[in-house]
Every structure is written in C-alpha cells, then in structure tokens.
Ligand binder design. Structure first.
Ligand code: ZN
Length: 316
C-alpha cells in the first residue's frame, strides 16, 4: 500500500500557486459560463470557508482576488442565483454526488481516519465510474462532470432536466444511484434492480465475516458467504438471487437481513446530505486544497485518472 503523503501548503506556497500556476483555463466551462450567477466562498487563512456572499462579474475579477489573497480554500455555489451576493433569487442548482475516498464503506486498505492511499482513491474512482455510467446510461444525462477534490471526487451534473429538482427529489436520486433501497423485484435484468445488484456485488466482494455477523446473521452463515464469495458475487451480478436465498442456513428471514445489510452499505457510498443541499458551496475546480497540497481538478477520463495529476508544481 502506498500511503499518499499529504501536508498543508504554506502561505508562501499558496501565493506561488495562484500567481504562477493557477490559470483561468483550468476553470471548467460549466463554471466559467455561469460565473457571475454563483456565490463564491473562501477560507482565507485555514479557519474555514467563512468569507461568503462574494460575486464576480468577470473571470478577471476572480483571478485578481485569487492572486492577491491566495486563499487557503476557494469554493463556489452549486446554485445559480439572480443575486449571488445576497444568496437570493435561486434559479437552479447542479445535481451533486460527493464520493470521499476516506469515508468509503468496506475499504480494502488499512488507512486510519483522515488518511488516504492509492487503494482508497482507486476504490473511490471505481464508485464514481459506476455512478457516472448510471447517470448517463440509465438516466440519459449528458452533462456529467467529474472533479477530483484533493481527497475524493465530486460528480456535478448540469443538465437542465435535473437542475430544477427540489431536495426531496434529489434524495430519491441518491437512493437510485447508490442502490440503497431493496428493489421490489430484485431479479430484473435492467433498471434499478440491476443497479442495486451491481452495487451489492461490490459490497459482497469486499465484505468480511465480522461485518456480516454485525448485521445479524449467524456466524456459520457469515463464514459460508465469505468462503463462497466468488459464487455469491456472480449470483448477485447475474440476478440468480434465488440461489443466494437457497444457500444452506439462509432462509427468508436471514435473506431479508442480508439484503438490508447490502442496502445500508450501498447508502454509504456517497454523502446524501451534499446532494440534497441545493445551496451548498463546493471546492472550486482549478483551486488549491491547501490542507493536503493538491489541486482540485476537472477529470477528463475517469478510467485513466491518476491522483498524481493533482500535484501542484511547488511539490514536484
Ligand atoms: Zn487507503
């Protein structure tokens, strides 16, 4: 396991970053084209993003601010407003999914709280790739942007079809994308049933006996599920759920507990609070995450993304 060494950027390094490396060309189009309608927030000294209610009419104004203040953190609203500097006149908001490498359920690595390594970043990358595929293929969305935040990913959808949704509807989308509700018919080859099974297969592939026992299944059954993991994962993927239910020692009651356990693990793949909050500010792509000395960058190809792409020049 290669632990990624993360350290705080000094005020001098922040200044170097914004004056010599930062470029307005690194701002994604979805921000650039709506810049003047967004509220910007800043963490000026590392104490938190409390400098809120900022509006920039042009990208040059934003550039001047970043170069002169070299903030510890820079954020912009997911919402577009008529009056961003008052946070009034809400027009619409991006649909956002936050996948944090350090908070993923069933980690394959031994990272402690706050640590990240290449394995957990790669796990987060895999979850993001699945979510993006579902948003594009199942929901037919086109403007699905992925941003590496410095220690995880933000998926930011800007299709008009989703930007007007209210919090409750966004909550339902979280359940759909993560697979956190047991489907009525779990065997279907398409739609939500397949999404649930795909996410559940990911969980089963990583789960250990202890976690299964904690969910309320007997030890002998937990041992059997782990010993025959490959078979169980394949049954889950292909929709042959009846075979899982017939595993020795399972029965209808244990099977229900088993499915509930998987739905709960799936629900932890993203922080649903971020998705339903239509007035949240998110780290600005192109800016520096000074807590870890990494750039927040737009990801062009999630399958080829390497966290090394986010290392600022002052660390190279
Ligand atoms: Zn890790």
């Amino acid at each position: 396991m290669i632990l990624i060494v993360l350290r705080e950027a000094t005020p001098e390094e922040r200044k170097i970053f914004y004056c010599e490396e930062w470029s307005k060309k690194d701002l994604p189009d979805f921000i650039l084209h709506t810049l003047s309608l967004r509220e910007f927030g800043f963490d000026l000294d590392g104490s938190g993003p409390s400098h809120r209610y900022n509006q920039f009419l042009t990208v040059e104004q934003l550039a001047d601010f970043l170069r002169s203040k070299a903030p510890y953190g820079a954020y912009s609203s997911v919402a577009l407003y008529e009056h961003p500097s008052l946070r009034k006149g809400w027009l619409k908001s991006e649909l956002v999914f936050d996948v944090d490498a350090k908070d993923l359920p069933l980690k394959r690595c031994k990272c402690r709280a706050g640590e990240i390594c290449e394995i957990c970043i790669d796990d987060a990358r895999g979850v993001v790739a699945q979510f993006v595929e579902t948003l594009r293929s199942d929901l037919g969305l086109r403007e699905v942007n992925t941003v590496y935040s410095g220690r995880g990913f933000h998926i930011r959808v800007t299709d008009d079809a989703v930007m007007k949704l209210e919090g409750a509807e966004r909550g339902q989308l979280v359940e759909y994308i993560t697979g956190s509700v047991i489907p009525t018919d779990i065997t279907l080859a398409f739609g939500y049933s397949r999404i649930f099974r795909e996410r559940a297969a990911r969980a089963l592939d990583r789960i250990d006996e202890k976690k299964i026992e904690e969910a309320g299944l007997r030890r002998a059954l937990a041992q059997k599920l782990v010993a025959e993991k490959e078979k169980v994962v394949a049954m889950m993927r292909s929709g042959k759920i009846g075979e899982v239910e017939r595993i020795e020692g399972m029965g209808p009651k244990s099977f229900r507990i088993f499915l509930e356990m998987l739905a709960k693990i799936n629900s932890e793949l993203t922080d649903g609070k971020v998705t339903i909050d239509t007035k949240r500010i998110l780290r600005l792509p192109s800016s520096l995450h000074s807590g870890v000395s990494r750039k927040c960058v737009l990801v062009h190809d999630i399958d080829r993304f390497s966290p090394d792409d986010a290392i600022p020049k002052f660390l190279r």
